[in-house]
Design a protein. Structure first.
Length: 460
């Protein structure tokens, strides 16, 4: 492995970032194996609906956080204009408060279900907390204070883990206790982040409307791109909730959570990679890209093979979620292609200031996902079609993104992606035709070995 990649992976900030995500993984496992055994399928569906809604509260920051991340990327925290940052935060929080009020009004006017009203009310609260977290967190990330940011994630997830275990032990586990635990742990994590924001907030305020507009203009494109990216999967889940019921939504959400187990740990590498790339030459960036584009998919494909024994175990532990285990197989390619997109391609697009190109790709793939999901929900009444459309849209997005980067860096190699597509195709065909699972494993291992044969040519 190239020395620059070794240096990157051994970086204390990378290790700290991944360590915080190990706790996140622990929470995810507990939510999957533990909580699902103690609450009803319906309540688990509502819990997943809450997680689904809070995943989109980032829309309300209008790109300001992403703009800060781009603006301060590679700079030192002590060199920032603290008065200016305080002014931006005050205007930012006013926008968050207005957005939260709109969500609350919508909940009371258009939702008759009391549980859904409660979820929207708490989503509005989480919007204020989570986006404030994002504001100061992105400043820390942009200025390469990865360890400090990782500590805030560690605190949040460790507290959530403690609250959930306590609820199970005291036999008071319920939808309400889960929602309360989530909100409290996020709030305490924000308090920790505010200790780093105190030097900014204690200064006199200086309003710079020009800077705010610039942050929204530059960061808005990246924010829209990120939100649209999540909507490629989200739109399918939305139609499932509307066309079926909360129980089916919960079972699909469980399958999605299982698929993203590995990415929970690896996703934070993207935050570390961006400032790291900023401090390397163009030639070094090419080398890093080649290495990551080979080793990451290889590692993800190997991890995907572990899902087969895990699925077998979960079917024994969670008999009520048999459908989730079934859909898990179909969704497995998300781990591979969304992993490459989240960790490598998006970081390179940001580094090359290709946010508009990234947005165009995401919007195109969202349209594909939306059309197929709409047909699957209301014409063919098929969850399989919706999920297949989502998977194919995410595969298409990764391929298009990779091709732009390959052309940008003048790299002529498509072998790894071809193997990835064949690997995913084998899984999709297995889902629909149910041929022998051992044959699928043999095909998968064969493709991984062929992938290794391309190692030398991939790094020329």
């Amino acid at each position: 492995m190239n020395i620059s990649i070794q240096t990157f992976l051994k970086n204390r900030k990378v290790i700290s970032s991944i360590s915080s995500q190990v706790i996140t993984l622990g929470v995810s496992i507990l939510m999957t194996v533990g909580v699902t055994r103690f609450i009803s399928v319906e309540n688990y569906g509502y819990w997943q609906l809450f997680i689904f809604y809070t995943g989109y509260v980032g829309l309300a920051h209008f790109g300001i956080c992403d703009g800060l991340y781009l603006l301060y990327g590679g700079k030192q925290l002590k060199d920032l204009n603290k008065r200016e940052v305080k002014g931006i935060f005050i205007l930012f929080f006013i926008l968050q408060f207005i957005s939260a009020i709109i969500i609350v009004i919508y909940g009371f006017l258009f939702e008759s279900n009391l549980t859904r009203q409660l979820i929207l009310l708490l989503t509005a609260f989480v919007l204020l907390i989570a986006n404030s977290q994002m504001f100061f967190g992105y400043i820390l990330l942009g200025t390469n204070n990865i360890v400090e940011y990782s500590k805030s994630i560690f605190i949040e997830k460790l507290l959530l883990l403690a609250f959930i275990i306590s609820s199970i032990f005291l036999k008071v586990i319920s939808l309400e206790s889960l929602l309360l635990s989530f909100c409290v742990s996020k709030s305490l994590s924000l308090l920790y982040l505010l200790s780093y924001g105190k030097p900014f907030l204690s200064e006199k305020v200086e309003y710079n409307k020009g800077l705010l507009i610039n942050l929204i203009r530059e960061g808005g494109i990246l924010m829209l791109s990120n939100i649209v990216s999540t909507l490629i999967l989200g739109v399918g889940r939305y139609f499932i909730d509307k066309a079926w019921n909360i129980k089916i939504f919960g079972k699909i959400s469980l399958a999605v959570s299982l698929v993203y187990f590995v990415l929970v740990i690896l996703s934070q590498l993207s935050f570390v990679l961006f400032p790291y790339l900023r401090n390397n030459t163009a030639d070094q960036q090419v080398v890093i890209f080649k290495r990551l584009n080979f080793y990451l998919p290889l590692a993800l494909k190997i991890c995907m093979l572990l899902y087969f024994p895990i699925a077998y175990l979960l079917e024994i532990l969670l008999p009520s979620y048999h459908e989730s285990i079934k859909y898990l197989i179909l969704l497995l390619p998300l781990c591979l292609f969304d992993g490459k997109m989240q960790i490598v391609y998006t970081s390179y697009f940001k580094n090359l200031l290709l946010q508009r190109s990234l947005l165009v790709i995401n919007v195109f793939c969202l349209i594909v996902s939306f059309v197929i999901s709409l047909l699957g929900a209301y014409v063919f009444k098929s969850i399989d079609l919706i999920l297949t459309g989502v998977v194919c849209s995410i595969i298409l997005r990764a391929i298009l993104s990779e091709q732009i980067l390959l052309r940008k860096y003048q790299i002529k190699d498509f072998s790894t992606t071809l193997i990835d597509v064949l690997f995913s195709l084998a899984i999709i065909l297995f889902y629909y035709f149910q041929f022998n699972i051992y044959l699928l494993i043999v095909i998968s291992i064969t493709l991984i070995l062929i992938n290794l044969r391309f190692r030398k040519t991939s790094f020329i």
